[in-house]
Ligand binder design. Structure first.
Ligand code: NAP
Length: 457
């Protein structure tokens, strides 16, 4: 195995201190990892479905046993509140448990044909390359690793350079769970070098990417050269639509963390809050109360609700949207340095044509956009290149369903701001992506459908 002599530092965004120093992989290490995964594939695909399921269940158990340690590592490396990090690792356990049931449920069809018997099989793809972002490092890795393993593939996983620590732990835990060496390989290196090498590698059958729309486009272009299977989970600019007949108190009190959770570094952030004009005043009063009471501070403090941004670059980018014309309605507080802090900020009123309403800010900045009626709400919500998630708040059930069907977005919640459930499909319309993760649907993207005909006459 090639081990790079180059090293890289990983930082803690709440303190700006170095958290770890690690080997930094380049193209050679990516090639080595692909070779290991290729070698491990025939034996892994031959593991019987119930045994493969048991190994995934073992992995869920060892992750659960390390939950606190993993949560602290993620909280320190990403800067996310420890209570959120615990919830996320708990979800990772659930993801492996869920897909532990999948190997025995990869069903095919028998199809009536003339002259014989026809049946279909779901076959593994081979080596799959997984590329993950820095905002939810372990959960997003699990959404890809678990279905990929369940379907019988072997893996090269490239985490974001800013946050590779929990992926490296996952590699160790997989071995501890009894998953054979070479089945899950983590390559910690820069996207432009190690990532691109994986995407271009002829022995990688599929790439599953989560990250920005700009890099997703590049990954799609490179993968097309060898007609690789590609799934892309990309950016978002989701709408939180609040009608005047909603429970305004509930909508306003849950709106802040639907944008400011993970310090706004969330692809599902409902960063455009569309409010029916007749309810604007009471909604804004309740929103201000909720935003100014968000507790921003040390990620390891149990009472913290929002931590710092991931880096100085990210803070500078986020700040550029606040100095860009749309009025600041109110802001919460944030600690002074060190740390990449940014206060939760609400811009209002914002036009849907403003930059703050069109681009993914990926920070704790929400834009409030008034609308007149249902038709305008739908038009504004859909007037974006993205289509990842969104919410509708109303007490009128028929209107809620009418609007949900009209929205061009992958995941919608009615009277709720949640987006992700282990058993349901998650993914984007338009430039928010291609394909779906989670639920049974994810397995379709880690298998090929094979048709077999047997002549009986
Ligand atoms: P990013 O800059 O696009 O990076 C994502 C991953 O791609 C990282 O591992 C990165 O590696 C790698 N990468 C960068 N350039 C590459 C290249 N040329 N070829 C192959 N890989 C490359 O995204 P991010 O800043 O980490 O994450 C934020 C973005 O992710 C936001 O846009 C957010 O909306 C999106 N996101 C989407 C979802 C979803 O499910 N739809 C979920 C979470 C996040 P290095 O960082 O090591 O260079």
């Amino acid at each position: 195995m090639a081990v790079s002599t180059e090293t890289m530092q990983v930082f803690e965004p709440a303190t700006e201190q170095v958290l770890a120093e690690l080997p930094r992989a380049g193209a050679e290490e990516a090639d080595e990892a692909v070779a290991r995964a290729k070698e491990a594939f025939p034996a892994w695909r031959a593991v019987g479905p119930s045994d493969r399921g048991k190994l995934l269940r073992n992995l869920a158990r060892v992750i659960d046993e390390s939950l606190e340690e993993l949560a602290r590592l993620e909280a320190r490396n990403v800067g996310k509140p420890i209570s959120d990090a615990r919830g996320e690792v708990g979800m990772v356990v659930d993801v492996f448990d869920y897909y532990a049931g999948a190997p025995e449920r990869l069903l095919g069809d028998t199809i009536p044909v003339t002259g014989g018997v026809d049946m279909t099989f779901r076959e593994p793809l081979g080596v799959v390359g997984l590329i993950t972002p820095w905002n939810f490092p372990l959960p997003i890795a699990s959404w890809k690793v678990a279905p990929a393993l369940a379907a019988g593939n072997t893996i090269v996983l490239k985490p974001a350079e800013l946050t590779p620590l929990t992926a490296l732990e996952l590699e160790k835990l997989a071995l501890e769970a009894g998953i054979p060496e070479g089945v899950l390989n983590v390559v910690n290196g820069p996207g432009r070098i190690a990532g691109e090498r994986m995407v271009e590698h002829p022995d990688v059958a599929k790439v599953a990417f989560t990250g920005s729309t700009a890099v997703g486009r590049r990954v799609g272009e490179l993968a097309s050269q060898s007609i690789k299977r590609v799934t892309l989970e990309l950016g978002g600019k989701s709408a939180n639509i609040v009608f005047a007949d909603a429970d305004l108190e509930k909508a306003a009190s849950s709106a802040p963390l639907a944008v400011f959770g993970n310090a706004g570094q969330d692809c599902c952030a409902r960063s455009r809050i569309l409010v029916e004009r007749s309810a604007l005043e009471p909604f804004m009063e309740a929103l201000e109360q909720a935003v100014t009471s968000i507790r921003v501070g040390d990620p390891l403090d149990e009472s913290t609700q929002m931590g710092p941004l991931i880096s100085a670059d990210q803070r500078q980018k986020v700040a550029s949207y606040v100095d860009d014309g749309a009025p600041v309605a109110f802001r919460g507080s944030a600690p002074d340095g060190p740390g990449f802090w940014f206060p939760p900020t609400v811009l209002a009123p914002v036009s849907n044509d403003d930059r703050a309403a069109r681009e993914e800010i990926f920070g704790p900045v929400a834009a409030v956009i008034p609308f007149e009626d249902e038709g305008e709400a739908v038009r504004l919500a859909n007037d974006t290149i993205y289509g990842l998630s969104g919410s509708i708040w109303t007490r009128d059930g028929a209107k809620a369903l009418r609007v949900a069907r009209a929205l061009e977005t992958g995941t919608i919640s009615i009277n709720s701001n949640t987006s992700v459930r282990v058993g349901t499909p998650f993914g984007g319309f338009k430039q928010s992506g291609v394909g779906r993760e989670l639920g049974p649907h994810a397995l379709d993207y880690y298998t090929e459908l094979k048709n077999v005909f047997v002549a009986t006459t």
